[in-house]
Write a protein that binds this ligand. Structure first.
Ligand SMILES: NC(=O)c1ccc[n+]([C@@H]2O[C@H](COP(=O)([O-])OP(=O)(O)OC[C@H]3O[C@@H](n4cnc5c(N)ncnc54)[C@H](OP(=O)(O)O)[C@@H]3O)[C@@H](O)[C@H]2O)c1
Length: 284
């Protein structure tokens, strides 16, 4: 059986890729910067490594046939060296990229993902790119406000997004890693439906059984809240993306998850149910 190396194995999507490969009885090696804290399923080989240290990646690639790669670095500068190093050992690669890679925008997120994709396209790897839109997991950034008083403060509340469950992205990745017919595909991935941010907050409250509501604040105040969680250039790119979408009709969700895996994408309510504990206990 072929060995798959999973990068970002402690993150939202990579952890699910590890779980789903393990459930299929397939050998998995996970790369983590702090293996002792990785908390991955038993039977998974966890090796120390850092994408900024190509030697550690080379060591982790020994005996590996397939790779799940996500890009955690702010810069794409080492992308070609990393892509060539992977191509030196493995045959197949699934990249967690972003729908931003397809946009014509020059923001930081789009540029990094486009550069990483181009670096991989220059190798001999049999690649598949996952190009998801917003992750449902982004709303965990609201968890402390939900736990505090149920009031979520942010900008651009009426803007729609088609939030996707990490388990659905992982299911597409595992299908592409383990079956033929996905080489050269760039999968446009969304969740089941478009919801505004205001509606997302309402769904969280309904599913966890607490009063929740959206409170619109200025872009500047929203930026300050985002800076508690993410670097400034990502916060600005995110707010710019919301600004571009303001006043627009919702994008139609894609059917890619179902087309690839045979199972429809999970709803946002399902995602909240899977993460209810992180939003705090229900009111009595
Ligand atoms: N959020 C969205 O809406 C969205 C939409 C489209 C695309 N994306 C893309 O999805 C990716 C994020 O995926 P995610 O949410 O699954 O990840 P995540 O939960 O943010 O986790 C980050 C992962 O990266 C690993 N990591 C960080 N620095 C590393 C390094 N120097 N070397 C090796 N590993 C490192 C971390 O592992 P350790 O700390 O354990 O080592 C962790 O497993 C990003 O590339 C993002 O641009 C996100």
């Amino acid at each position: 059986m072929t060995m798959t190396l999973v990068l970002g194995a402690t993150g939202n999507v990579g952890r699910q890729v590890v779980v789903q490969l393990t459930e299929r009885g397939l050998p998995v090696r996970a790369l983590a910067r702090r293996p002792e804290q990785a908390n991955l399923p038993g039977g998974v080989e966890v090796v120390p490594g850092d994408l900024s240290d190509v030697d550690s990646l080379r060591a982790a690639l020994r005996g590996v046939d397939s790779v799940f790669l996500m890009w955690p670095l702010i810069s794409a500068d080492p992308a070609q060296e990393i892509a060539d190093t992977i191509a030196g050992s493995a045959r197949r690669l699934v990249l967690l990229s972003s729908a931003a890679a397809r946009s014509d925008s020059d923001d930081a997120i789009s540029q990094v993902h486009r550069s990483v994709e181009k670096a991989i396209e220059r190798t001999s790897l049999e690649w598949t790119f996952l190009q998801p839109h917003g992750f449902a997991a982004n709303t965990l950034g609201w968890a402390s406000q939900v736990r505090e008083d149920g009031v979520v403060r942010g900008a651009y509340g009426p803007v729609y997004s088609t939030l996707i469950h990490e388990a659905d992205m992982a299911a597409v990745a595992v299908t592409a890693l383990t079956s033929d017919g996905h080489v050269g595909a760039k999968y446009d991935l969304t969740g089941a439906a478009a919801l505004t941010q205001v509606e997302q907050v309402r769904v969280i409250g309904e599913v966890i059984g607490r009063q929740t509501r959206w409170e619109e604040v200025s872009r500047e105040a929203a930026r300050e809240l985002l800076l508690e969680r993410i670097p400034a250039k990502y916060a600005d790119a995110m707010l710019d993306a919301f600004a571009r979408l303001a006043g627009r009709e919702p994008d139609r969700p894609t059917t890619t998850v179902e087309d690839v895996t045979g199972v429809p994408a999970r709803t946002f309510a399902q995602w909240v149910a899977d993460h209810a504990a992180e939003f705090g206990p229900a009111e009595r």
